[in-house]
Design a protein around this ligand. Structure first.
Ligand code: NDP
Length: 338
């Protein structure tokens, strides 16, 4: 069983060499009388929060640290090979938290969702139809109260979550602008994902000026994925009673010192509601989300960009690449075909 192992706790920028790929010779099987399932992992999802779990976590009731010397784990799509659980049978396709390895023995399979729609690429259950899709849905439709005509800004807008928030906002009749880290991504937002405007934050000397150029009347909703200087600049451009959905702060995950902000008074002066959320609190809405999104996919109203690398060996580089913006769209690792 090939596995991706965390070498030691990570501090600062993650590197490929923080992980290694090895083969374990322990034969996995479902113990007699247990409710475990044996999975063959097909696709693994590279998500920024995995970096948080690679470090020493203090004071979080959401995540625990990975154990050095053990395989990483994260969301993935898998096929059931054997099951002691009455709700799962051999051949079922599922998504949920699995090991970064070829085969995983899961002792609590109740956390897995069964995959029923197989007329869409099954890798979508790591992204559009999985945790990132739920994140976009919850963070935009549940945390914010968007309405037609709202001016919406999204950072990390070509990624797993951002590309969907932009499309959901366009479907609601909003004006949508995204920031991304390359010209290629700017072009994708404007020409493929239907954003009204996009800019490359790496080429802007002054983020405040870039935002004023795209939002002369200010921002109603900011979908926050990055934090840092972008958040500080956004605070200067929010409209009164605007909303900030704090989904992620990727520019903070590799910092050893906390990031300070200069413009927080704007929250008060402009009566802004800024709210963080954790997608796990919204998983009970997954059926509602599918009811909304599956017809959109079938009607071609939503497209989804994926960046798929081949083989478990490619997983460390794929994960590390999230922090330099190497991924174009949702970063997925293909472990095995069905
Ligand atoms: P992405 O697919 O967007 O990948 C990360 C992207 O972030 C990179 O491609 C890069 O794009 C950008 N980025 C990386 N480092 C920086 C930096 N220092 N400053 C600015 N941009 C940077 O990831 P996801 O869509 O999966 O996740 C987006 C955010 O949502 C993350 O912060 C993640 O932690 C958060 N999240 C939160 C959840 C919740 O429950 N609250 C659930 C899921 C995700 P670019 O080229 O544009 O720089």
């Amino acid at each position: 069983n090939k596995q991706v192992i965390l070498k030691d706790y990570v501090s600062g920028n993650p590197k490929e060499s923080d992980m290694y790929v090895t083969t374990s010779s322990i034969k996995l099987k479902v113990p007699q009388g247990s409710k475990a399932v044996l999975l063959k992992n097909l696709y693994l999802s590279c998500d920024p929060y995995l970096r948080i779990r690679m470090g020493r976590i203090q004071g979080s009731n959401v995540f625990t640290s990975f154990t050095p010397g053990s395989p990483l784990s994260g969301f993935g799509v898998a096929k059931v090979l054997d099951s002691g659980h009455p709700e799962f049978k051999e051949g079922d396709l599922v998504w949920g938290t699995t090991g970064w390895e070829e085969y995983s023995l899961i002792t609590e399979p109740e956390q897995f969702f069964k995959i029923h729609h197989t007329d869409v690429p099954v890798s979508y259950y790591t992204g559009l139809l999985g945790m990132p899709g739920m994140t976009a849905f919850a963070g935009f439709h549940e945390v914010c109260s968007p309405k037609k005509g709202d001016r919406v800004f999204i950072s990390a807008a070509a990624g797993a979550v951002g590309q969907l928030v932009g499309q959901f906002a366009k479907l609601m009749g909003c004006y949508v602008v995204g920031s991304v880290g390359s010209k290629e991504k700017v072009d994708l937002l404007k020409n493929k994902l239907g954003f009204d405007e996009a800019f490359n934050y790496k080429e802007e000397q002054d983020l405040d000026a870039a935002l004023k150029r795209h939002f002369p009347e200010g921002i109603d909703i900011y979908f926050e994925n990055v934090g840092g200087k972008m958040l500080d600049a956004v605070l200067l451009n929010m409209r009164p009673h605007g909303q900030i959905s704090v989904c992620g702060l990727i520019s903070h995950y590799n910092l050893n010192q906390p990031q300070g902000f200069s413009n927080l008074l704007s929250l008060i002066y402009n009566r802004i509601r800024m709210e963080g959320f954790v997608v796990f609190d919204y998983f009970h809405l997954y059926p509602n989300f599918l009811d909304m999104v599956i017809p959109y996919i079938r009607e071609g109203k939503i497209v989804y960009l994926e960046d798929i690398t081949q083989g478990l060996e490619s997983a460390p580089a794929a994960l590390v690449g999230l922090f330099s913006g190497r991924n174009v769209g949702k970063q997925v690792v293909l472990v095995s075909h069905e």
